[in-house]
Design a protein around this ligand. Structure first.
Ligand SMILES: [Zn+2]
Length: 133
């Protein structure tokens, strides 16, 4: 039997770097056969998990921190605000992310958001950037 891989990843629910275990979609999304073959990192203590950059050469590299269900919703909401701005061509995707990063002071990725407070700050920035575009 193969040794199970673990990796230190920030868990938003536990608010700390935790030892996450490499697993697959078969465990975390049992009702989604389309995801069964994909890699995920799971924090067994709280049940949180995060997907991976599975389309890249480093296919088990986590997408970001391990989100809470609440944070997952907040990220979906951010994409619902953000995506129409670049999809409409009013601003390029790169320009929006650069503008958000400049305001936050760190390189912004929605998967890196660690708390609802950060997500709220990003909602406000998107509204402001969108009003100026
Ligand atoms: Zn956790």
């Amino acid at each position: 039997m193969a040794m199970s891989a673990t990796r230190l990843i920030y868990c938003c629910a536990c608010q700390d770097k935790v030892s996450a275990r490499l697993t697959t979609g078969r465990e975390v999304y049992p009702h989604r056969p389309d995801l069964h073959a994909l890699p995920f990192w799971r924090h067994d203590a709280c049940g949180g998990f995060v997907g991976c950059h599975h389309k890249t050469a480093d296919r088990t590299r986590p997408l970001g921190c391990i989100p809470t269900p609440e944070l997952k919703e907040a990220r979906r909401h951010i994409h619902a605000l953000l995506d129409p701005i670049w999809q409409s061509g009013r601003m390029s995707r790169r320009a929006i992310y650069a503008a958000i990063s400049a305001e936050l002071g760190w390189k912004y990725h929605t998967a890196s958001l660690r708390s609802i407070e950060e997500a709220r700050q990003v909602y406000r920035l998107i509204r402001r950037i969108s009003a100026q575009a």
